[in-house]
Design a protein around this ligand. Structure first.
Ligand code: SF4
Length: 280
């Protein structure tokens, strides 16, 4: 697609991140975005390399702090499409505080988490979403604490769009990310994106055998009760849109910063400063 750069990914052959990225590029293209109007913010980790592999404006953020950079960019220029990408270690460990506040702030952007339930770049340590009994170099007897449920965190933080997909289910994954891009507010997608090198339990086969696609159930994503009961259902690996609040109003609109940038470019920098003063 237009969004693919010439850089050759250094991800391990078979890594789930390939499929995750392909779906992101497809979703951006199918929602009518162009690389010169798109800003990718990446975290740190294997997933963090994604800004190099996609052709658009991009920044490789500080570990766990990609979300506030993305939110700041969107508030400064609401005309651009902002997509933030990272891994489970980046987003749910060091970035957990930013995650919760980004969810509740509801800036109109998309957050894609490549959840492989392991730290890959640093060679296989337990992550916040690793299973309780998953033996790793740092947890020889398993983490012995329950994994973080990112969907539940998002729901508890008043998330307005909460979804989950599987990187290798290409069409379905792209369609789910596309819905997140189209959502008016913070579109969050947790993607099962297997690490073929360091995680031998949360594998492609495991997900293929266990995923329940919500599209094949009577799940109503606009129902908070349906979302809550699915999200808190232990041991279930759902794919699809868990929750969508149709009354969502993005932060920049509710706070009056959804501004036509062309208005301030004519008289900048004074007009721009007026705007900033008005906002704060
Ligand atoms: Fe992918 Fe794991 Fe290799 Fe990182 S270490 S590129 S997550 S397979």
């Amino acid at each position: 697609t237009d969004f693919k750069s010439d850089a050759q990914p250094t991800w391990c052959p078979g890594c789930g991140d390939f499929g995750t990225m392909n779906g992101m590029m497809k979703a951006l293209a199918e929602t009518g975005n162009s690389p010169d109007e798109t800003f990718i913010v990446a975290g740190i980790g294997c997933s963090g390399k994604i800004g190099t592999y996609m052709r658009s404006y991009a920044i490789h953020g500080v570990h766990g702090r990609a979300l506030p950079v993305g939110a700041g960019a969107k508030i400064a220029n609401p005309d651009i499409e902002v997509m933030v990408a990272g891994g489970d270690g980046d987003g749910y460990s060091i970035g957990a505080g930013h995650f919760i506040h980004a969810v509740r702030r509801n800036v109109d952007m998309t957050y894609v988490v490549m959840d492989n339930r392991i730290y890959g770049l640093t060679k296989g340590q337990a992550s916040p979403t690793s299973r309780e009994d998953f033996e790793t170099s740092t947890t020889p007897e398993g983490p012995q604490q329950p994994p973080v449920n990112p969907l539940a965190l998002a729901l508890a933080a008043s998330g307005t769009f909460i979804a989950q997909s599987f990187s290798t289910d290409a069409q379905r994954h792209a369609e789910i990310v596309k819905q997140a891009v189209e959502h008016d507010g913070f579109g969050f997608v947790n993607v099962f994106s297997p690490c073929v090198t360091f995680n031998d339990v949360d594998t492609y086969d495991y997900f293929r055998d266990h995923i329940v696609d919500l599209g094949e159930t009577d799940h109503d994503p606009t129902s908070y009760e349906d979302a809550r009961s699915r999200i808190l259902d232990p041991g279930k690996e759902y794919q699809g849109v868990l929750y969508r609040n149709e009354d969502s109003v993005p932060y920049e609109r509710s706070h009056g910063v959804d501004t036509d940038m062309s208005e301030i470019q004519d008289g900048a920098p004074e007009d721009a400063m007026d705007l900033v003063r008005e906002f704060y």
